[in-house]
Design a protein around this ligand. Structure first.
Ligand SMILES: Nc1cc(-c2ccc3ccn(Cc4ccccc4)c3c2)n[nH]1
Length: 227
């Protein structure tokens, strides 16, 4: 998979050189490229924003630099992802859908967002998805892009060592939250690991884990049960 990220804060994505994503890049599984939007400005001040038509607080990102940048980066089969508070809610199903794509391009806005004509122009020529990370307000699209990249890339074969670890996760197999996990020592600060986990009885362990998942889901995310 090729991933292109356009941002006015390219250094923000330096973290993608470490951990599993860094290794996937080194192994050529992930072709990830970060671009500074200001490369596509024409003025000496590298201007990317201006005042909003219709008035209002803040600044809006100018369409011209975005048009030039996306013209040069988008391929016919690319999906343009635009993090936005007004977007569709990002989810594990959407992560799985995007993991099947060959080319993702992220347009990370700042200020009050990107001139709407940029989305309109490219939506008329290809696939564009406005994506929200959740019902809270960020200062720009970079954090959302990072979360989406991590959620998507870990679903790509070869990125995560043990594919089985992807199956039992929250929001995956049965739509329930993940059960609690424990490791050595068996006793820590007088707290014991649930005995069933030490029993070697795999049927009882599976039952206990499902019950824990159900309890957690009822307690923390009843919406996942349609309640
Ligand atoms: N889930 C989610 C996504 C965002 C997001 C994404 C991209 C941008 C670009 C500029 N801003 C700042 C902004 C705040 C409020 C209203 C308009 C713009 C962004 C916020 N916030 N929350």
């Amino acid at each position: 998979m090729r991933v292109d990220i356009v941002t006015i804060f390219p250094a923000f994505f330096d973290v993608l050189n470490v951990s599993l994503i860094g290794k996937a890049r080194d192994r050529g599984i992930l072709n990830l490229n970060v671009h500074d939007l200001r490369e596509w400005t024409q003025d000496r001040h590298h201007t990317v924003d201006d005042t909003p038509y219709g008035g209002g607080a803040g600044m809006v990102m100018k369409p011209e630099p975005w048009g030039e940048a996306l013209d040069s980066l988008l391929s016919p089969d690319a999906v343009l992802l635009v993090p936005s508070p007004a977007g569709e809610r990002f989810s594990q199903p959407l992560a799985r859908e995007l993991a099947g794509e060959d080319h993702l391009v992220f347009a990370c806005g700042r200020y009050e967002g990107i001139d709407q004509r940029v989305v309109d122009h490219f939506a008329a020529r290809g696939r564009v998805r406005l994506v929200s990370l959740g019902d809270y307000v960020l200062n720009g699209g970079e954090v959302a892009a990072m979360a989406i990249i991590e959620a998507v890339s870990r679903l790509i074969p070869g990125v995560v060592g043990n594919p089985m670890s992807l199956v039992e996760e929250s929001h995956e197999a049965d739509g329930l939250l993940e059960y609690p996990s424990y490791t050595k020592p068996a006793v820590w600060r007088d707290l014991h690991v649930p005995p069933v986990l030490l029993s070697g009885n795999h049927g009882a362990i599976a039952t206990w884990r499902h019950e824990q998942s159900m309890q957690r889901t009822v307690q923390n995310r009843p919406d996942l049960l349609g309640e």
